[in-house]
Design a protein around this ligand. Structure first.
Ligand code: COA
Length: 253
């Protein structure tokens, strides 16, 4: 079943495009370890294959992703250990050298929001909400969001999002510079795929150079991911985080 929770597709009608789709709508596309692994492998494939010229992340109707699976967080908190597979995914994301686009319709929580900080262009539907309740879960920002968000949005908006856990509407996120364009819900998929296709059709070498000039070498981003990970994994095992996960798991009675 798990394989179907991430669908990796190379649509024939969109030459050069790899689509990575969250497909676990019954759990609001919450991301498990196996799902991270599948996405990591897909990003490695995108880097290796010259025929893949752009990668598009999509979710399902009304939901991009509710972030990391809470049961996985709980398992880690209860004594699981090692390097979380999310860390490998984030590294693959930050070092992917193909253009990355994403399309959000609806919920984008936790890593469901921070993933877009690594995308080159993101389209969101007008009903989308981006939220990172890290601190409310007794966790800390990840995905180098503590570095990228203040750079892009300024301190106040980054703090509001990453520390205060304030939700951002699609329009607020666009104004803050973390979203390229807001469209109607029925247009998200079409526009995201068309964008990926148009990037895939550009002269690849020139686009690749332009992209690295715009993004920089990324060493600071990888270093910040490592720094965040130390705090994140420590906090995952804290009593305050365990209490927050338990509250989520038992909220329905
Ligand atoms: N991990 C695991 N399961 C999750 C999940 C997550 N991050 N988010 C949602 N789900 C599951 C719910 O447990 C529920 O499963 P169930 O039907 O078996 O009980 C199902 O998805 C639907 O979610 P539900 O909470 O009933 O829907 P809702 O519309 O009332 O609320 C959310 C949706 C996303 C606002 C709410 O589920 C939520 O806050 N999820 C946690 C988000 C989060 O904190 N992520 C981590 C960020 S670091």
């Amino acid at each position: 079943m798990t394989e179907n929770h991430i669908i990796v597709d190379h649509p024939q009608t969109r030459p050069g495009v790899m689509v990575i789709r969250f497909n676990r709508p019954e759990k609001k596309n919450a991301i498990t370890g196996a799902m991270y692994d599948r996405m990591t492998a897909a990003l490695h494939e995108a880097n290796k294959e010259a025929s893949i010229r752009a990668v598009a992340f999509l979710g399902t109707e009304g939901c991009f992703s509710a972030g990391n699976d809470m049961a996985d967080f709980m398992a880690y908190a209860m004594g699981g250990g090692g390097r979380p597979t999310a860390a490998d995914f984030l590294q693959a994301l930050a070092t992917c050298d193909k253009p990355l686009v994403s399309g959000i319709d609806g919920l984008a929580i936790g890593i469901g929001t921070t993933i877009h900080l690594h995308c080159d262009m993101t389209i969101a539907s007008s009903r989308s909400v981006l939220r990172t309740p890290f601190v409310d879960l007794a966790l800390v920002p990840e995905a180098a969001s503590s570095l990228i968000a203040p750079r892009v949005m300024g301190h106040q908006r980054a703090f509001a999002m990453l520390a205060a856990g304030e939700g951002f509407s699609a329009e607020q996120a666009r104004e803050a510079g973390i979203i390229w364009k807001v469209v109607s819900p029925d247009a998200v998929e079409r526009e995201t795929l068309a964008l990926a296709e148009s990037l895939a059709a550009k002269p690849p070498h020139a686009l690749s150079i332009a992209r690295s000039l715009i993004r920089g070498n990324g060493d600071d981003i990888l270093a910040r991911m490592d720094e965040e990970l130390v705090h994140f994994t420590k906090q995952l095992r804290s009593a305050e985080a365990r209490a927050a996960f338990e509250a989520f798991m038992s909220r329905k009675g």
